[in-house]
Design a binder for this molecule. Structure first.
Ligand code: C2E
Ligand code: MG
Ligand code: MG
Ligand code: MG
Length: 283
């Protein structure tokens, strides 16, 4: 009967929920310790200029070198960091580390850093970014902030004010994972984006589906009219690269060029991709 079912369900869920809560609490403690003990690392993935096929930007991608679980990808821990508010501190660490790394790259190479919607709720975001640029000496024109639609959904007015302050600093703004959310087109009109990154779910169909080709072509042409740069994410094959070149994308990122690599592998990577020796920036 219903009673027996109810008891059965209760008996089944209670221990499972406790276990989940416990795991979450352990992960939380673990993550705070990881930040204090320097277990987080930045990997970098190149974003290529389609026309010249040279590196334009490196995107910083966070990794956690966990002492027992090995190298962890951000999808495994960023949602928790957001939930417990640690993302603000972690995001500041990312930004400062990335800016410091970028000062050692050739000055023509830009830096892209991902920001979480939770960071946009912090009143100190603009000061945090200005402070990181100032302390590391990275020129603001080399920094690009990547945000997803989720940032824009929260509080449009406040977000717009923050983005405008960032633009005034000389920082560029990119919309990440374009095409996966809801009202992307109105966001493109309302917010001062410099760049649109087309989600890799469209890129991976290029070459095989006329629909994806048509979508990429339309987005590229629309962004051209809006004076925004278009990047295709997740480019894995030469065929996809040729297709997005044809459809008018100006930049491309994906395993075809390189997977994300550790910071100390960048000189060799840049040399391999650009075919020119690494030139150390004057410090
Ligand atoms: P994202 O910003 O859209 O970054 C691109 C993701 O796609 C990266 O995954 C990258 O490794 C992966 N990728 C790049 N090229 C290819 C490809 O050709 N094929 C395939 N299958 N995948 C490709 P990753 O490093 O696991 O990062 C996942 C997401 O985590 C990022 O998506 C970003 O939203 C978030 N993230 C990473 N680092 C940070 C960070 O420092 N702060 C915040 N707030 N979020 C971060
Ligand atoms: Mg990104
Ligand atoms: Mg993306
Ligand atoms: Mg993503």
């Amino acid at each position: 009967g219903a009673k027996a079912d109810g008891r059965g369900v209760w008996r089944y869920f209670e221990p499972a929920m406790n276990r989940r809560l416990q795991e979450r609490r352990l992960l939380e403690l673990d993550m705070r310790r990881a930040l204090a003990e320097g277990q987080f690392e930045l990997f970098y993935q190149p974003i290529m200029d389609v026309e010249t096929r040279r590196v334009k930007t490196f995107e910083a991608l966070l990794r956690w070198r966990h002492p027992e679980r090995g190298l962890l990808a951000p999808d495994l821990f960023i949602p928790v960091a957001e939930e417990i508010g640690l993302i603000v501190e972690l995001g500041e660490w990312v930004l400062r580390r990335a800016c410091a790394d970028a000062t050692r790259w050739p000055p023509g190479v830009g830096l892209a850093v991902n920001f979480s919607p939770v960071q946009f709720q912090s009143r100190h975001l603009v000061a945090q970014i200005a402070g990181a640029l100032c302390d590391t000496g990275l020129s603001p024109g080399r920094l690009e902030i990547e945000i997803t639609e989720n940032v824009l959904i929260k509080d449009k007015e406040a977000t717009l004010a923050i983005l405008q302050s960032l633009k005034a600093l000389g920082v560029r703004i990119a919309m990440d994972d374009f095409g996966t959310g809801y009202s992307s087109l109105s966001y493109l009109q309302a917010f001062p984006f410099d760049k649109v990154k087309i989600d890799r779910s469209f890129t991976c169909e290029l070459d095989q589906s006329r629909k994806s080709n048509a979508i990429i072509k339309a987005v590229a042409s629309m962004c051209d009219g809006l004076d925004m740069t278009v990047v295709a994410e997740g480019v894995e094959t030469e065929g996809q690269f040729e297709a997005l070149q044809r459809e008018g994308c100006s930049e491309a990122q994906g395993f075809l060029f390189s997977r994300p690599v550790a910071a100390d592998a960048l000189p060799a990577l840049l040399c391999a991709l650009n075919g020119a020796p690494w030139t150390q920036a004057a410090e």
